[in-house]
Design a protein around this ligand. Structure first.
Ligand code: GAL
Length: 673
């Protein structure tokens, strides 16, 4: 069995992508000296090195990598070794131009960037298998090797190719999935617009069509493209497991919902030995630390609650957004330790030394262009020392209070064309619900809609348009057995083939919610509705309204104006031992807070009114003890109440009663007992 933590690592992982091929070897010696100074424990190497390792077809040059791994080993730095299959060399594309991916419009990409790969291409697969085999044979039992890093961020920037070999591969995938072409016709509803197929040979990828194509075909193509990338990951992983037994294999995910939307991480999480993730702050004016917490919670959930590892984030600004602000003093440590609080076994960066050339020369790094006389370097050294004092938390698990349902297939389906309103965005609802829970200081686990939910007092469903019958039954059993459920509009509408469930909407949830929806009535841009509660309290909604007919549910808030005036806006249904809430409009932050406040009462969750806004408090617990992380994202000193006395691990001080957390600081208390 492969190990599930980086081999030989006895502390938290701290380091980054190390691309020494961009520098003369003399710099490598300075690199390892600085790595020791900063307390670096592991680096990721070789991710883009194929053209150096195999300069001409079949002729390998491992000399430089031998010297590099030897140097790192001599300096006590563990190695996360990349298979370079995200960057095939120029010579490969000269002989195999058809390995370059083709867009839905029929345009073939060119060599000259990275990740230009058709994952169905047989020559690419064979070449990837060969270079992986050669690396595993040479380094499979190297003493510096901690884990294998396959490829890089599958799905980014290209996730689907529409070429002829993908068409053939898609037909095989359909045959395996459906058996007969008639089953495909049924699943895709090809009776509509005369799209019926007489045999598999007539089916193509969803290429450019004059108007909207078949939505179920487009949804299946997402599944196919995801499964095809996964086939290639599994192919490399199995080679590594065979030739490098016991050493864990990972590939770096990008679970932040805005950064990679083409990969079903529930499925990928089951294939890797260690879940690893890359996370970058998106500077779109929203609170970046909330998005970070959400990505970290989602990553931990994809790992089944087990510890995972942050493989990339940035020391300061990135360079691929329209505007790339530097991080504020202390923000890097808050980001790194925020991930650790939510289950990461360390904090790694892109990248160790800032590039002088190439597309990423303005991206921050651990060693900036300015070297060691810089704020970033000083903060890197300080962070290394903080992580050094937290080694004992390894293996502990983050404790969650509530669950939020998330399913990539539903997101894909909901993002297809011709929905009631293009303003409805599943991700926006997930962000908004998450932010409300974050502000109530509740830690969120994400769960697949068919997962066992019985351990959670509260489950929220921000937007789950596609829901299988099994998921609907799962939610019903959850409520009947005493759970509290909160469901947002346009959920439970279609089955796995994007077909509307039979009968009134929302087909998968009618019984559990105790209502039907007769019509959707989305609002125009800028249009708003007022919603009033029994006590006269007023909330506001926009984007979406519905004509809801209660069938067992009680009306709690009612539309006060608009087309739906007088109809229920928020309902509550007692079912068995539990309660199911439904909200049929897009509430703002205050509305969501009011709604979740009521649901939290039903779920008997004690409110955390004793904690200031933007002071994040999370617990990790395990065999070595219980640890409380407090991250102060504000510019004001804060105090966090403690139930138990303990020792603060970054300052070494004893603490009891109220833990002082200075403005912008992080504190980690090992609780007594
Ligand atoms: C990641 C990628 C790295 C680097 C980084 C820059 O997505 O894996 O190679 O490009 O972004 O932020």
């Amino acid at each position: 069995m492969p190990e599930t933590t980086p081999r030989g690592l006895t502390r938290l992982a701290f380091g980054g992508d190390y691309n020494p091929e961009q520098w003369p070897e003399s710099v490598w010696h300075e690199d390892v000296r600085l790595m020791r100074e900063a307390g670096v424990t592991m680096v990721s190497v070789g991710i883009f090195s194929w053209a150096l390792l195999e300069p001409t077809p079949g002729a390998y040059d491992f000399g430089w990598l031998d010297r590099l791994l030897g140097l790192l080993h001599d300096n006590g730095v563990r190695v996360d070794l990349g298979t370079p299959t995200v960057a095939p060399p120029a010579w490969f594309y000269r002989t195999h131009p058809e390995a370059l991916p083709v867009t839905a419009e029929g345009v073939r990409y060119e060599f000259g960037s990275r990740a230009a790969i058709c994952h169905s291409n047989a020559d690419y697969r064979a070449a990837a298998a060969t270079i992986t085999t050669r690396l595993a044979e040479r380094y499979g039992d190297h003493p510096a090797l901690a884990m294998w890093h396959v490829h890089n961020e599958y799905g980014v920037p290209v996730s689907a190719c529409y070429c002829d070999s993908c068409a053939a591969h898609f037909r095989r995938w359909l045959e395996t999935t459906y058996g007969t072409v008639d089953a495909v016709n049924d699943a895709w509803g090809t009776a509509f617009w005369g799209q019926r197929y007489a045999d598999f040979g007539q089916i193509n990828p969803p290429r450019l069509t004059p108007t909207v194509g078949n939505p179920a075909q487009a949804l299946d193509y997402k599944r196919f493209a995801d499964a095809t990338m996964r086939e290639n990951f599994v192919m490399e992983r199995d080679i590594l497991h065979r030739l490098s037994p016991g050493v864990p294999v990972t590939t770096n995910f990008m679970t932040a919902l805005s950064q990679c939307d083409s990969v079903d991480y529930w499925a990928w999480g089951r294939e890797v030995d260690i879940v690893t993730n890359d996370h970058y702050l998106i500077t779109d004016g929203r609170r970046t630390h909330v998005n970070l917490a959400m990505a970290a919670d989602l990553t931990r959930s994809v790992a089944g609650g087990a510890p995972w590892l942050l493989l990339e984030h940035s020391t300061s600004g990135v360079n691929w957004q329209p505007r790339n602000p530097a991080k504020a003093p202390g923000q890097m440590a808050r980001n790194s330790l925020g991930h650790v609080a939510r289950g990461s076994e360390g904090a790694m960066f892109f990248q160790w030394r800032q590039s002088r050339r190439g597309a990423e020369k303005f991206h921050s790094a651990m060693v900036p262009h300015g070297g060691t006389e810089t704020r970033v370097w000083r903060e890197v050294v300080e962070l290394g020392s903080c992580l050094g004092s937290l080694a004992q938390i390894r293996g502990t698990r983050t404790e969650a209070d509530v669950a939020m349902l998330w399913d990539w297939h539903s997101w894909w389906a909901q993002s297809l064309a011709w929905r009631p309103s293009e303003d409805h965005d599943a991700r926006e609802r997930a962000d908004a619900f998450y932010e409300t829970l974050y502000d109530r200081h509740l830690t969120v686990d994400f769960a697949h809609p068919e997962a066992d939910l019985s351990s959670y007092p509260l489950v929220v469903v921000p937007a789950l348009y596609l829901m299988t019958r099994a998921a609907g039954d799962n939610l019903r059993a959850y409520v009947e057995n005493g759970g509290t459920l909160v469901v947002s509009y346009f959920s439970g509408i279609v089955d796995e083939h994007d077909a509307v469930h039979e009968g009134s909407c929302p087909g998968a949830l009618r019984d559990v919610l105790g209502l039907t929806v007769e019509e959707f009535s989305p609002l125009l841009p800028g249009e708003r509705v007022r919603v009033t509660g029994p006590d006269g309290s007023e909330l506001g909604g926009d984007v979406w309204t519905e004509f809801v007919v209660p069938r067992g549910a009680e009306t709690v808030w009612t539309y006060a104006d608009g087309l739906t005036a007088g109809h229920p806006a928020v309902t509550r249904h007692r079912l068995g031992e539990g309660t199911a809430w439904y909200v049929s409009t897009r509430l703002g932050a205050d509305g969501l807070d009011a709604l979740l406040g009521r649901a939290i009462e039903d779920a008997r969750i004690a409110p955390r009114t004793d904690l200031p806004r933007d002071v994040e408090v999370v617990r990790r617990t395990g065999a070595s003890g219980s640890y409380l992380f407090a991250v102060n994202h504000t510019v004001t000193d804060a105090k966090v109440p403690l139930d138990t006395a303990g020792t603060e691990l970054l300052t070494g001080e004893r603490t009891a009663g109220r833990l002082p957390v200075p403005a912008g600081a992080v504190r980690v208390v090992r609780l007594d007992g």
